[in-house]
Design a protein around this ligand. Structure first.
Ligand code: FES
Ligand SMILES: [Fe+2]
Length: 384
């Protein structure tokens, strides 16, 4: 890694195994292009990445494209209804096979029209009939692993990494237990074509997600909708989990949770290295998103939302407003301001605020995340 502009002013201290004695992750990890580059191999090409929802892939030929850092991929439902994932590069001369999302009977390359079936096998290779040494049957697209967490497809570019279900063995049951109507939920609005962008490093956005220490101060409306004084934050392996009950008290907030609503708490899961899964109190809903790195100081948050079938009611509208007009923009402003601070020559490392009660005053989940991060950046290991 190349030295960052700030490092010469400071002796960088390693993280201490005990969070309350530890300095924070040094600023250079958030700003240095060489670190950003190293994260591709060490973290993103070998971790489980949320890619699609089952509703996008529920009939033969339906496909959706995605990216992991600079790697372009697509998922497609084959003739037997199974979902498979492939690199989006033709086996001839690498032109991408599909764009966006849609449905195809076969995959026809736009460049020279080589044609693949829905299992990635080359079916027709235009121009090769007279070639004695061309083995069409030996050619297929490069496949990557695909695994389901509930109805969400995750992909992984590394064949050696343990399955997501082995790394997060209780996560699906925990989500189901918090959301008993999970099986009735349907896709809400599909994927956003213009997902929110944050001009900050992806880890700044993850750090912001992992604590509620900033909630009372920076999210006054959210802190009236949810009782942040009862925040509980647990970390285990690759998953961390924050929960807090609804406050049910009227205030300035656009959204007051009725005590009759089926879900009476907010739960915010984080799955290493960059997936968030959350439920909010009120009508049943579930949001999955990925903090996708674009540049060292640019991150896109790709959301997929589920809700109950039928018309969107007043409670959901008010809750959406809380997220889109208050909490979302507030967090983006915080993250972008932190990114500017991290570039300052006068800052390198801070301290975690830790409370043994693992409550709203505690940043222990950041310490856990940063320790995992440094370990994997150093070793490339992805064992839980
Ligand atoms: S690159 Fe796909 S057919 Fe040539
Ligand atoms: Fe926040």
């Amino acid at each position: 890694m190349s030295p960052s502009p700030v490092s010469p002013l400071f002796d960088e201290q390693p993280l201490h195994p005990e969070a309350d004695r530890s300095p924070t992750l040094a600023a250079r990890y958030y700003v240095d292009p060489a670190v950003f580059e190293a994260e591709k191999e060490a973290i993103f090409y070998r971790s489980w990445q949320f890619a699609a929802h089952r509703s996008e892939l529920d009939a033969p030929g339906k496909f959706v494209t995605t990216r992991i850092h600079d790697q372009e991929l697509f998922l497609v439902c084959n003739a037997r209804g199974e979902v498979r994932a492939f690199y989006n590069a033709c086996a001839h001369r690498a032109h991408p096979l599909v764009e966006g999302q849609g449905r195809r009977e076969r995959l026809v390359c736009p460049y020279h029209a080589w044609t693949y079936d829905l299992d990635g096998r080359l079916q027709h290779a235009r121009g090769t009939r007279s070639m004695a040494h061309f083995e069409q049957g030996a050619i297929c697209l490069s496949e990557v692993r695909c695994e389901w967490l509930l109805d969400f497809a995750f992909i992984n570019l590394d064949d050696a990494v343990p399955p997501l279900a082995a790394q997060a063995p209780t996560l699906a049951d925990d989500i189901r237990a918090c959301l008993p109507m999970h099986d009735e939920l349907v896709a809400r609005g599909g994927r956003s074509l213009t997902p929110p962008q944050v001009r900050a490093n992806w880890k700044v956005a993850v750090d912001n997600f992992l604590e509620c220490f900033h909630c009372r101060n920076a999210h006054p409306t959210f802190s009236q909708t949810l009782d942040v004084s009862r925040t509980d934050i647990r970390v285990e392996g690759i998953v961390s989990r924050q929960s807090m009950p609804a406050s049910n008290e009227a205030g300035e907030t656009p959204y007051v949770v009725s005590p009759d609503e089926p879900v009476q708490q907010g739960v915010f899961w984080f799955v290493w290295p960059n997936t968030s899964i959350l439920i909010l109190p009120g009508p049943p809903s579930l949001y999955v998103s990925r903090f996708a790195p674009v540049e060292p100081a640019l991150t896109v948050r790709q959301f997929f939302g589920l809700g109950m079938p039928g018309e969107i009611g007043d409670a959901e509208r008010a809750r959406d407003r809380l997220a889109s007009e208050f909490v979302g923009p507030e967090d983006i402003r915080l993250c972008e301001a932190v990114q500017r601070g991290l570039r300052q020559r006068g800052y390198s490392q801070g301290r975690y605020v830790i409370d043994e009660a693992r409550n709203e005053w505690s940043e222990h989940a950041l310490h856990h995340f940063h320790r995992q991060y440094l370990e994997r950046l150093a070793t490339g290991s992805d064992a839980p």
